[in-house]
Design a protein around this ligand. Structure first.
Ligand code: KG4
Ligand code: ZN
Length: 373
């Protein structure tokens, strides 16, 4: 730590990651500790909220302690404690928020409430800043994760030491989030949990043109998304292909034996399955890219930010890069580690609020549906 830097301790517990991080001046990550609960939720094929809260309770103290140890900064040198207020699972949010509140109070330091979605935006800004690659505004931001698929127009104006950023919602999913569709399709195909990373690894081995999924038909806001249709289409496809059931069962047994690497599951997947996986991913990715660029045409932007767990997807990244080159708009992604839930992004978002003097008091409460705009 250099003398004039401000250190924010970030705490995140909105979903199935217990995370804490120390970030200096919203740009220099001193530590970023993430305890994932994937191992616990895996056997249920999705997040079980009660188990998530219990696990956060078990992890919160050691995770914060580890983040401070790795940052090599005594707790007393923290300038503020930033906690995720929402959106997320209420029982999960409460663990991090209550702990952060008590910590801030006992240290006599400001408590900063952070919207988890704004955290995902700051994951992009933090790394862009650290790489001396300041994005231009206005920007269009796609947040695409297991819980959210949402488009914002993002504006920035200079303010006391950190930019003041404001958001306007352009569109969002009407049903499932894109990551949720990945997880549900992976579950139907017995590919393990979470589904995104494994589908990402298997898709290049299939033919993405093999199965045609029709685009969602929606009236109203043209920038909305829908992913429940493709999930149902995969289900119907599997019903029409009963010969795939034995291999699904073989993969289920492999998963039960702990064999869940891409190579192990690929060896148990026929061309038909790999083609289905590739086609599913192509359809989701094309839809996300098309909707985002359509939004850019309507809400002129100089940059695109893509953040959230699904932003770690290889095909999504390359499709955005290709389209960005073609259109001349710069696209920014966080590194894969900062794409999925983490607390460095909460500390970075908290830093901007801290500089704006925007602190919370002890009445702060978690909000499961906290909107960003
Ligand atoms: O941001 P995140 O960690 O948690 C939420 O706020 O939801 O996102 C988790 C989601 C899961 O649905 C997971 O399957 C998906 O992100 N995901 C991916 C990839 N890595 C994680 N989806 C597609 N490709 C990936 N490489
Ligand atoms: Zn998230």
């Amino acid at each position: 730590m250099t003398g004039r830097e401000h250190l924010i301790l970030g705490i995140e517990s909105s979903c199935d990651e217990t995370a804490a991080a120390g970030v200096a001046d919203g740009r220099r990550i001193l530590s970023n500790v993430v305890a994932s609960q994937a191992e616990i939720h895996r056997k249920y094929g999705g997040i079980v909220p009660e188990l998530a809260s219990r696990e956060h309770l078990r992890q919160i103290v050691p995770v914060v302690r580890e983040a401070m140890a790795q940052a090599r900064v005594p707790l007393g040198d923290v300038d503020a404690v930033a906690v995720t207020q929402g959106p997320g699972l209420i029982g999960a949010l409460l663990v991090g928020l209550t702990y952060g509140k008590v910590l801030a109070l006992s240290l006599g330091k400001p408590l900063i409430a952070v919207n988890h979605l704004e955290g995902h935006v700051h994951a992009v800004l933090l790394e862009a800043r650290a790489a001396a690659r300041e994005p231009q505004f206005p920007a269009v931001c796609l947040i695409v994760s297991g819980g959210h698929t949402i488009l914002y127009s993002v504006q920035s104006r200079p303010a006391n030491g950190a930019a003041h950023i404001s958001y306007t919602r352009i569109g969002g999913t009407r049903d499932d989030a894109a990551g949720e569709a990945y997880d549900k399709v992976a579950r139907m195909l017995a590919l393990g949990y979470p589904g995104g990373p494994i589908i990402d690894r298997l898709a290049p081995h299939g033919n993405a043109q093999a199965v045609r999924f029709s685009d969602p038909k929606m009236t109203g806001n043209p920038y909305d998304f829908s992913f429940s249709g493709i999930k149902t289409a995969v289900l119907h496809y599997l019903r029409r292909q009963p010969q795939l059931q034995p291999e699904i069962e073989r993969r289920r047994q492999a998963l039960a034996r702990g064999e869940r690497t891409a190579d192990q599951l690929r060896a148990l997947s026929t061309t038909t399955t790999l083609d289905l996986i590739a086609s599913f991913q192509r359809s989701v990715v094309s839809n996300l890219v098309a909707q985002t660029f359509a939004a850019v045409r309507q809400h002129p932007a100089r940059a695109i930010f893509v953040s959230g767990g699904v932003a770690a997807n290889s095909e999504l990244r390359s499709a955005f890069e290709t389209e960005a080159d073609r259109s001349g708009v710069e696209v920014f992604f966080p590194s894969r580690a900062l794409s999925t839930d983490n607390a460095a992004m909460i500390a970075a978002a908290g830093f901007a609020r801290f500089m704006a003097g925007d602190s919370a008091d002890s009445t702060l409460n978690a909000e499961a549906n906290l909107p960003l705009a």
